[in-house]
Design a binder for this molecule. Sequence first.
Ligand code: ZN
Length: 196
Amino acid sequence: MQHRHLLSNEIDLLLDGEAGFGVAPLRAHVDDCAECLARLDEAQGVADALERLPHFAPHAGFADRVLSQVQIVEPWHVAALATARRVVPESRPLRVLAVAGAGVASVTISASAAWIALSTDLTMGSATVLTGRLRDVIMDAATQGLELLLGSAAADAVRANGTMAVTAAGVALLASVGVAAFGFRSLASASRQRGS
Ligand SMILES: [Zn+2]
């Protein structure tokens, strides 16, 4: 027998009909202690009364109605992803066209920046060593790329011409025409599949 009265959680264990290790001494104490037996009976009465209450269930859509009024703070990356999903088209051909458009835009911006840098350098002479070096690096990369694409004659022509904007515009045009053609072809084949 336990040498102290039961705690509330120990009475709960007896109420729940728990049969685990340690419950037997509690039961033995209740059998010998009028005070703890009375508390157990009272708790049993409350539990029975609660059990007899009608069981309510919320109306259908209750949770949705509550949540519609809850302000949920979205993390920025979740919001950005959702926005990107809305912007990116659903179908594959349209996606290819979107990528082509983005590519043309980025190449155009790069070419414009290179052109501005080059013309600034030309008007100011070799005022800044940094601009000159940057231009050399860009020119080398562009001519090497062109050499790979069109052969050394074109690269020599560009090197002699020395016009960065022409190179960039040419590469941009080639790339955008290729990707756009692929996009339109996918679009056409997709609509054919839908038609058949
Ligand atoms: Zn007791």
